[in-house]
Design a binder for this molecule. Sequence first.
Ligand code: HEC
Length: 244
Amino acid sequence: MNFQRVFFLVIAFAVLLAGSTSIFYGCKNFSGPTETTTTTNTTTTTPVVTQPVTTSSVICFSSQVLPLLQSNCGMSGCHDALSRRDGYDFSTYQTSVSRGVVAGNADRSAIYTVTASTSRERMPPSPYNALTDAQRAILRQWITEGAKNTNCSPTACDTSSVTYSRTIVPILQTYCVGCHSTASPGGGINLSTYVGIKTVATNGKLLGSIARQSGFIAMPPAGSLGTCETNQFRIWIRNGALNN
Ligand code: HEC
């Protein structure tokens, strides 16, 4: 155990004592993201990589955890940089680990324990969907591995075999569905069904928003998808936005 890790554990423990045993409050209002959120976070969400890890078995904070926290917890009015309900802010790595995270111990980390469906104050609260078991497993493993600022960018961008089920759905699940589900369709847009996705793919709003074109509301609000993901959407839409 190196000094950095010991230091981090001490800080994390102190944070826990300082009050992270309290749980998040419910968040009922769901107003649209403001201009400020969009522009500010475009730069701040790019994680500062302190401990790059490339092993595939290691959870990547930047691509697997941060987008999950932002789309399921970081809605406007909840835990974004502006609202910071109950002190929780999932806009960057630094703010995400500053409260409710005990590195190495998911069961003592409030940001994990409140996501259990049995939790009295489940987060995200109704009408938002609970995290799926797979999403909770990612969060758990990331904390168990030390809640590090890992960033495992893929070495190559697959643009030759882009399909709805293998490429598009996983990206939407991680980055978008928390705010665009059947139960809580932000802006009236449901990205949890093919019909809902096909609608915005066809009317130009999907690509317009993720490619941050003028005349569209930039999505996700906290910061752009990667160039690779944006290109994969572009290809899928150009090929007819098929349910393949
Ligand atoms: C933190 C919550 C949140 C996340 C995450 C999010 N959205 Fe949105 N989105 C909204 C809200 C709220 C609106 C409605 C904004 C408004 O009307 O002011 C919206 C609007 C949109 C629109 C309409 C844009 C327009 O110009 O009319 C599209 C398309 C969209 N989102 C797609 C996405 C996609 C794709 C993702 C993931 C890559 C995503 N959103 C992630 C909250 C979110």
